[in-house]
Design a protein around this ligand. Structure first.
Ligand code: ORO
Length: 309
């Protein structure tokens, strides 16, 4: 007897009807994309990083194209916790989709404050602790490069959160396994990886960086092999579930992330190329499982080749 829910996945204590969610920062709070399709088809939605106060973000230009990808330096623009609590999350509640609330801050107190309040909202299924934004001077990545600081922040947020806490890791570190192990030890319920890779472009005419911020975060298919390698390595050293992201643009890519060790995936940059990419990939998953003779997508997690380390 065939299992009807072949795309269902268990992310720790959270059950998703399918493993595909738009990635934080590439989908806002869903309003624009809801004009293209009914958001109920999504496995989850990761909302733009929310901070205690509204943030205007960095000066423009904030994005630049690159071969097989893009650079961004948005600077955590968002309407602030109050607007997210009063407008965005209640609006999202009309859809049958769990929200993964990405949160950021300049201080531990700020993260804790946002975590405490946002985790009580009924449609928020989990937090995603953003310790990996490469584009702000204070906070963001400064919490994600030192395993001890990352662990300290994770523990503080875990104390107040009423929902599972996923920690979004930065690839801009020497030893991502050390950060992953430290946050797992501190109580993280899962990991999201990877955020963007630091990069830069320079304009030939002005001889200045194209991004007003100077540097930015590289995303898109160009970074997919980096993400696969990091998820593969980390998954051999932690036992908490991983939401994988980094350049996914097809159902085949999704399965590759599962084989590397992911239990769910997020689609980011590809939404800017094709606003229908998430539902398209979701529709392509079952036929691909058939083709490969796989009963349940969940069975693929970590089935990739293991080496001794
Ligand atoms: N950009 C990224 O690439 N990652 C983040 O987490 C945040 C930003 C941003 O807001 O600039």
């Amino acid at each position: 007897v065939k299992n009807k829910n072949r795309l269902e996945v268990q992310l720790g204590s959270i059950r998703l009807k399918n493993p595909v969610m738009p990635a934080s920062g590439c989908f806002g709070f869903g309003r624009e994309y809801s004009k293209f399709y009914a958001l109920d088809c999504l496995g989850a939605i990761a909302i733009k990083a929310t901070t205690k106060e509204p943030r205007f973000g960095n000066p423009t230009p904030r994005v630049a194209e690159t071969p097989a990808g893009m650079l961004n330096a948005i600077g955590l623009q968002n309407p602030g916790l109050e607007a997210v609590l009063e407008q965005e999350l209640p609006w999202l509640a009309q859809f049958d989709v769990p929200v993964i609330a990405n949160i950021a801050g300049s201080t531990i107190d700020e993260y804790v404050d946002v975590a405490e309040k946002i985790s009580t909202v009924p449609n928020v299924a989990a937090l995603e602790l953003n310790i990996s934004c490469p584009n702000v001077k204070c906070g963001g990545i400064t919490f994600g490069t030192d395993p001890q600081i990352a662990a300290h922040l994770t523990a503080a947020v875990k104390q107040v959160s009423t929902v599972p806490v996923f920690v979004k890791l930065s690839p801009n570190v020497g030893d991502i396994v050390a950060v992953a192990k430290a946050v797992e030890q501190a109580g993280a319920d899962g990991l999201s990886m990877i955020n963007t890779l630091l990069g830069m472009r320079i304009d030939l005419k002005t001889k200045r960086p194209i991004l007003a911020n100077g540097s930015g975060g590289l995303s898109g298919p160009a970074i997919k092999p980096v993400a696969i390698r990091m998820i593969y390595e980390v998954s051999q050293h932690v036992s908490i579930p991983i939401i994988g992201m980094g350049g996914i643009q097809s159902a085949e890519d999704v399965l590759e992330f599962f084989l590397a060790g992911a239990s769910a995936v997020a689609i980011g940059t590809a939404n800017f190329v094709d606003p229908y990419i998430c539902p398209k990939i979701i529709d392509e998953l079952e036929p691909l499982l058939d083709k490969l003779g796989v009963e349940h997508i969940q069975d693929l997690t970590g089935m990739g080749w293991k080496h001794d380390n």
